[in-house]
Design a protein around this ligand. Sequence first.
Ligand SMILES: Nc1nc2c(ncn2[C@@H]2O[C@H](COP(=O)(O)OP(=O)(O)OP(=O)(O)O)[C@@H](O)[C@H]2O)c(=O)[nH]1
Length: 368
Amino acid sequence: MVLAQLGGSITRALQQMSNATIIDEKVLNECLNEITRALLQADVQFKLVRDMATNIKKIVNLDDLAAGHNKRRIIQQAVFNELCKILDPGKPSFTPRKGKPSVIMFVGLQGSGKTTTCTKYAYYHQKKGWKPALVCADTFRAGAFDQLKQNATKAKIPFYGSYTESDPVKIAVAGVETFKKENCDLIIVDTSGRHKQEAALFEEMRQVAEATKPDLVIFVMDSSIGQAAFDQAQAFKQSVAVGAVIVTKMDGHAKGGGALSAVAATKSPVIFIGTGEHMDEFEVFDVKPFVSRLLGMGDWFGFMDKIHEVVPMDQQPEFLQKLSEGHFTLRIMYEQFQNILKMGPIGQESVKTQNPRDHEAPSQTQPW
Ligand SMILES: Nc1nc2c(ncn2[C@@H]2O[C@H](COP(=O)(O)OP(=O)(O)OP(=O)(O)O)[C@@H](O)[C@H]2O)c(=O)[nH]1
């Protein structure tokens, strides 16, 4: 995956800076130029990259840093924070609640992976005990209903669509009503794919949104879209209230930088990424672990989660109390070793790269 290359280039730039004996303006500029080049090559929008470099320079004011400050760490932290800032719009997306019906509308360009992603999203939640349902409001592409029906049947998810009705608004409304009556808590509406230029299809998307009043509109974007990502995401945002982004095909050879641009254009977070054609090749997206892994810093957030998993919460206060009182017995040490062993190889967490499939056995499930 090319995003891993981006991570490698940024890490190399930071490493080269670390090798320099003195970190001065020249070394910092060289490092930032390298990072800028790597981001542009990964198709991140030019303005975002330029703003990021300017911000880092403002934060890392070498003249003001007193002797003794670890300049390398400060620069590294600033790069980390700025990358997080690009990917984090500052507000979370709407979160559906189990047991309460929510309408989630999917929009995106033709072939972006929308229909596939609708089912992946439904399947992900179904496994967690939700009652999802799929509505095919794509009357534009012949075969769209059959594709959704086939996917839904495989995943045992109820679906709604029509071979005869040509009005997507009518289908969407009827589907949402049907599944509300059936107490489904996640009603997913798949809409027609479209190109930015197709004003009529954008209008259709607006009408479907107006009629079904979705709680969340998810923009599905193919990660290979490149520099066009910003404009296209913005065009969707201008037509409907996009509230979240899902980036697909992160397993391919796409540069992936478009994802960063889409967040900036829609001011909405990436909530999941698609990492393959299989139903379970779908991952929750979290900004900090993503950037951590991108910069080769390991997934420390995942690592901390794992610690919380293996050291039971009810034991933690007791353990801390004993430590604060200066009691550290062989038994405590033994218990802590046991906990560490439960975590498995620590390297697994800290070397995780962006693509988890680099480290995992291939999925056993069949493609759609
Ligand atoms: N490798 C890979 N392929 C994917 C992923 N998501 C979707 N695809 C594939 O992308 C192709 C297009 O996916 P669809 O779901 O049909 O796309 P769509 O956006 O619904 O298309 P329209 O209905 O024409 O708008 C299919 O071959 C999918 O299997 C992914 O995360 N990784």
